[in-house]
Write a protein that binds this ligand. Structure first.
Ligand SMILES: Cc1ncc(C[n+]2csc(CCOP(=O)(O)OP(=O)(O)O)c2C)c(N)n1
Length: 192
């Protein structure tokens, strides 16, 4: 599966109650390119912050459903954030891991031991109550079924999606500054 296909599958399943927190790397560029109507907070440097940001949104906005879109490299930069997810255990907190086994952005380096890494099993062992994996040939659920199941699951929940290794250029972020981006996000979430 390509990352843009995954982003599209997620986007078309989100409703008015959802807020997306987007991690760094190629996931950001792909999600931005979709122009999703779902309010989206784009995390900034350094890698590793987005799981904590998503947890904060989930706890502070119980009426919303929070979906974190995060690259595998970004997630493993701060894996201990999952312990905080497990401890706080908000039911409205879910993540989709864009698992390409690489730090694509910045050079495409392999994640060390990434071919052995089973993030769903790691997360389950850390106390995340619902975990699943899709995208690989031996996956039990198709990506669409798996995303449906994730969004219906009681959080905290993690879906790992194995992706094709695709190159990604640093995309043009346009002429919107980070400050303007956040102001727009704040405006969007006033009504959700
Ligand atoms: C601490 C830190 N190191 C390096 C970077 C530069 N950087 C930004 S995104 C990225 C790769 C992210 O990897 P992953 O989350 O797997 O996303 P991918 O680009 O593979 O989709 C890197 C190395 C950074 N932002 N922060």
């Amino acid at each position: 599966m390509k990352r843009s296909e995954l982003a599209g599958e997620v986007s078309r399943r989100l409703g008015a109650e959802h807020i997306v927190i987007c991690g760094m790397g190629a996931t950001t560029f792909t999600w931005r390119a979709l122009n999703s109507p779902t309010p989206t907070y784009y995390s900034a440097d350094p890698m590793g912050l987005s799981p904590g940001l998503a947890l904060g949104f989930a706890v502070s906005r119980p009426r919303n459903d929070i979906v974190l879109l995060v690259g595998d490299g970004d997630l493993v930069m701060n894996l201990s954030a999952l312990l905080a997810w497990a401890q706080a255990a908000p039911e409205n907190l879910r993540m989709v891991v864009f698992h390409n086994h690489r730090y694509e952005t910045g050079g495409g380096q392999a994640i060390p031991a990434g071919d052995r890494l089973r993030l769903d099993e790691v997360a389950a062992a850390m106390g995340i109550g619902w975990t699943a994996r899709t995208g690989a040939d031996d996956a039990a659920l198709s990506p669409g079924e798996a995303i449906d199941a994730l969004l219906a699951a009681r959080g905290p929940a993690m879906l790992v999606v194995d992706l094709e290794a695709e190159t990604a250029e640093y995309a043009d972020l346009g002429d919107i500054s980070g400050a303007e981006d956040r102001t727009e996000f704040q405006r969007q979430i006033r009504s959700v």
